[in-house]
Design a protein around this ligand. Structure first.
Ligand code: URA
Length: 263
């Protein structure tokens, strides 16, 4: 039976993403032509998740399915790591039922399906990583990894030193107390405070909820850094590839992700 050509993604909002046929996966891996690929499948030389598949049009999700040719794992996709400067007004999802712009409109077709590494709210701008490397995404988003994320925040009120201390030491949110954060006052105006906040966790709308718990709210939120990777001089709405060193810095030496990108 031919599977449905989309499958819910493991990522945020369970958005759907496109799949590729087995024939295309084999030929894209650089093994040979599509005609040859079909022949190999019919010759029972190809396994998907340990099972011989004889249908070249079988749908494959490269993020989830393991494809082997003559029992050798197919590294079908080149691993890609994109750093996007997301503008506000874009969703971090693949499709929006309301037709609002998404980050995929900015990245365009770059030959592989990239998933956002974590998410940014519609109204948040700044650094968003996108990759086809699940291990990398898991490493960066797993709370146990404690990867730091740094935000510039404009609060709707002038925040006192005591309030900044609350942000630093932890705030009781509905999903539990926040971890200690690094908070630096950047400047105050008559009505607003600008702070830089570095968190080592990434809960849903966390910065906004922390500021709201102080009786203020966020007027502007920009993520400027993840780990040691800064958004730098990149223009808003533009993207670039991470360097191998940047990938390694986020994953630690010797992990599959850092080896792949360094190769
Ligand atoms: N915290 C938030 O509140 N929103 C974001 O988009 C990111 C972090």
């Amino acid at each position: 039976m031919v599977k449905k050509p989309t499958r819910p993604a493991a990522g945020p909002d369970n958005e759907e993403r496109p799949l590729k046929t087995l024939e295309r996966v084999l030929s894209k891996a650089g093994l040979g032509s599509r005609v040859e690929a079909r022949r190999w499948v019919h010759a029972r030389r190809v396994k998907v998740n340990g099972e011989v598949i004889e249908n070249p049009d079988h749908w494959i999700d490269l993020e989830l399915d393991e494809v082997r040719f003559d029992d050798t794992l197919l590294e079908a996709r080149e691993r890609m790591y994109v750093l996007l400067y997301k503008p506000k007004g874009y969703l971090t999802t693949y499709k929006d039922p309301e037709g609002r712009p998404t980050v995929y409109d900015l990245v365009g077709d770059i030959g592989t399906f990239l998933s956002p590494v974590g998410r940014l709210d519609f109204d948040t701008s700044g650094l968003l990583l996108m990759t086809n490397d699940n291990g990398f995404a898991e490493r960066v988003t797993n709370p146990a990894s404690h990867v730091a994320k740094t935000y510039l925040v404009k609060a709707s009120t002038v925040l006192t030193d005591a309030q900044l201390d609350q942000l630093r030491h932890g705030i009781d949110l509905s999903d539990g107390p926040t971890r200690p954060a690094t908070v630096t006052r950047l400047r105050d105006s008559e009505k607003y405070t600008h702070v830089e906040i570095t968190l080592t966790e990434g809960r849903n709308r966390q910065v906004r909820r922390m500021v709201e718990a102080l009786g203020s709210h966020v007027l502007k939120l920009v993520r400027v850094k993840i780990g040691s990777i800064a958004i730098g001089a990149l223009s808003i709405g533009k993207w670039r590839l991470l360097t191998a060193d940047e990938v390694a810095a986020l994953t630690g030496p010797g992990t599959p992700a850092s080896r792949a990108s360094a190769g």
